[in-house]
Write a protein that binds this ligand. Structure first.
Ligand SMILES: [Mn+2]
Length: 306
């Protein structure tokens, strides 16, 4: 059983009664890993900023009319440590994370991973795939992350989905919000049958012209069990300026909630990660937005179970 955080530092500042490991259905796992940042850094500070901000998130969700945290319990594990002198990096770090996630899955927990840089996501995805064969991935991101390697590292945050595509059928990956890409990634997507929803196509109304709820098209492409990997640079930089590689023409809050709400209703969200928040000192709204996002995904994931 992992060690957990108490009310002073856990997700939502929950009292012991609602954040004890044994009785909580949800476990938040902070993973402050940062090794391959290519532009601006700071993602190792993401988990703490999200947890700090979460103290100001309401327990009650007005849309779902529910205090989910009291219904199901949310425990927060102690942050994973990658060492100080001899740091665990690349493959070694990923194996370490995968084993930790697998332990939580063996206890039938709903796992919410807080990063850290995006390269960590292949670890929980590997663990989830073992538990849920046929798992599909919904990736919210500005970037496809399908480069075979980046700056000489196959375990770069810019290559995470290429690594995932080595053990999970790439046609089970759906990406939304993409708007910065290398040519090799566009070729990969075409050849491997990845479903990619580009920001410019969404904005040009390519999907809403025919469908009122274009989100359903995304959801129909996913298998029954869905893991969400959420790179916060998916959002427009006006909403989340606090990230390493911000890109213009990003997505907004409301349309994102629409996707998540309909997904939670029609399919089973089995777990998620949120990555790439690089907090900016004195600028609180990105931290708060990401904390809200984490709780919103939990709420949507459990909306059919009440
Ligand atoms: Mn990414």
């Amino acid at each position: 059983m992992p060690q957990t955080r108490d009310t002073r530092s856990n997700f939502l500042a929950l009292p012991k009664k609602h954040s004890t490991y044994n009785t909580s259905q949800i476990v938040v796992l902070p993973v402050p890993y940062e090794h391959t940042v290519s532009y601006a850094g700071g993602t190792k500070n993401g988990p703490k900023a999200i947890l700090d901000a979460s103290r100001h998130v309401e327990f009650y969700d007005e849309e779902l009319d529910r205090e989910l945290c009291f219904d199901v319990g949310i425990a927060t594990a102690r942050s994973l440590s990658f060492g100080t002198k001899k740091k665990k990096v690349n493959k070694e770090a990923l194996t370490y994370i995968e084993n930790k996630v697998a332990e939580l899955l063996a206890d039938d927990k709903f796992v919410a991973v807080l990063g850290g840089e995006h390269s960590i996501s292949s670890a929980p995805i590997a663990a989830f795939l073992k538990k849920y064969p046929g798992l599909s991935i919904l990736q919210f991101d500005a970037h496809s992350d399908f480069r075979d390697e980046f700056e000489g590292n196959k375990y770069s945050h810019a290559s995470v989905m290429a690594r995932v595509g080595e053990f999970l059928d790439p046609s089970n990956i759906v990406q939304v919000g993409i708007r910065a890409q290398a040519k090799e990634e566009a070729i990969y997507i075409q050849e491997q049958g990845v479903s990619t929803y580009y920001a410019h196509e969404i904005r040009q109304g390519k999907f809403t012209r025919v469908l009122k709820h274009w989100e359903d098209q995304i959801i129909d492409k996913l298998s029954e069990n869905v893991y969400i990997t959420f790179d916060v640079d998916y959002f427009d930089p006006s909403i989340i300026p606090a990230t390493g590689t911000p890109e213009p023409n990003g997505m907004n809050w409301h349309e994102t909630m629409n996707i998540l709400q309909r997904l939670g209703k029609k399919k089973k969200i089995v777990g998620f990660d949120i990555v790439e928040l690089a907090p900016i000192k004195g600028l609180h709204h990105p931290d708060m937005t990401v904390a809200r996002l984490a709780y919103k995904i939990m709420n949507y994931a459990f909306q059919n179970k009440r």
